[in-house]
Design a protein around this ligand. Structure first.
Ligand SMILES: [Zn+2]
Length: 366
């Protein structure tokens, strides 16, 4: 099932490339959060990993089975969703799963494919699967990828999907702090994927409520503006509204991006570890790029830019009204000593916080 994003014709919804910013950033920066052994392997392919981050979205117009892999409507399932695929099919039926989304199960599937690729030391396949799991993991960090109300269509907030995952990061993402430390080993990847999904889902009410409050603060009349685009004039969110919504979210988008970057490095590292930590080829194997016809590109901004939301998130504006429960520790985690980054691009250097309202949240050691 391919979901369409109805509602306003906004600038971000007509620009294909725009929505891909964060997926590419997640894949790219995850490389720099890897332990040194893996960093040396991944670093030469950072451009490929960046480009390929959006391939799963680009395929959505070609293959109908692709779309449900990008989301899960958790609110359409019973409170206790079976975490294993076999149990989920037995209890809920495959039709229902296909209808409401496969994201956590697909993450696990791709993870084990990546483990197998590491076992075989098949560089092109390792890289392809690494890029793809980066995409799906990014999607898992977006609260609106975990609800049937994915574009605010059930609450009169049409367009909120692209607003949250495209407009905000594109407007503010260059100033975020991307220092996330070094990846850790996940002993139980299935638990971790579900942990991420549940965390993201818990943020959905905040995503919606903050939009309502920002709208109220700015006023309906100042929420949108018009900009020329080629021969057309398109309606888009005003800077005043973007600033209000971003502030209302209290650092959520930045935190989600940071978590996705850090956890993607954990996924790559854990897959390699579960494959027995094989020595990796040091020659630069060519990577075959997936050819996708340009007329098949899927322009729905739902997944255009995907970040995630998890972690010990306590948005300032909601601290007293709605405190967040502590993140439970995943049993069996192995602590890996923090190291300094082998290669530190300029954008990863710590930057002074921009304002008193812009706080740093710790990265959850998932
Ligand atoms: Zn996606």
């Amino acid at each position: 099932m391919t979901k369409g994003v109805g509602g306003l014709l906004l600038l971000g919804e007509v620009a294909l490339a725009w929505g891909f910013w964060a997926h590419r950033r997640i894949n790219r920066l995850a490389v720099f959060a890897l332990p040194e052994t893996l960093f040396a392997f991944y670093r030469p392919y950072v451009e490929y990993l960046t480009r390929a981050a959006t391939k799963p979205d680009e395929r959505r117009g070609l293959f109908p089975e692709e779309a449900p892999r990008h989301y899960i409507d958790l609110d359409q399932y019973p409170a206790e969703v079976p975490h294993t695929w076999a149990e989920a099919v037995a209890q809920l039926g495959e039709d229902s799963l296909q209808q409401h989304g496969l994201l956590p199960w697909h993450l696990e599937k791709v993870f084990w494919e990546l483990v197998e690729a590491f076992r075989q030391r098949a560089t092109p396949r390792i890289l392809k699967l690494s890029a793809e799991i980066g995409h799906y993991l990014g999607d898992a960090h977006v609260p609106l990828h975990t609800t049937a109300n994915y574009n605010g269509q059930l609450t009169g907030q049409h367009g909120i999907h692209a607003l949250w995952e495209s407009f905000l990061p594109e407007q503010y993402g260059e100033s975020y702090d991307y220092w996330v430390g070094s990846a850790r080993l996940w002993r139980a990847p299935r638990d971790s994927f579900w942990h991420i999904i549940n965390e993201s889902h818990r943020l959905v009410p905040l995503v919606l409520e903050a939009e309502r409050e920002a709208t109220q603060r700015v006023g309906e009349g100042r929420k949108f503006t018009y900009r020329p685009r080629g021969q057309q004039t398109v309606r888009t969110y005003s800077e005043a509204f973007l600033a209000a919504y971003h502030a209302q979210l209290g650092g959520m988008v930045e935190q989600c991006l940071r978590q996705a970057i850090y956890r993607l490095a954990c996924v790559w590292y854990s897959a390699w570890h579960k494959a027995g930590q094989p020595p990796l080829p040091t020659d630069l194997s060519p990577v075959e790029e997936e050819e996708i016809p340009s007329d098949s590109l899927w322009t729905d901004p739902r997944c255009g830019v995907s970040m995630g939301c998890l972690g010990p998130f306590t948005p300032r504006d909601y601290l007293t009204a709605q405190p967040y429960p502590a993140i439970p520790t995943i049993p069996g985690l192995q602590s890996i000593p923090r190291r300094s980054l082998l290669y530190e691009p300029k954008r990863l250097r710590r930057q002074p916080r921009r304002s008193a309202t812009h706080s740093t949240y710790p990265i959850a050691l998932l």
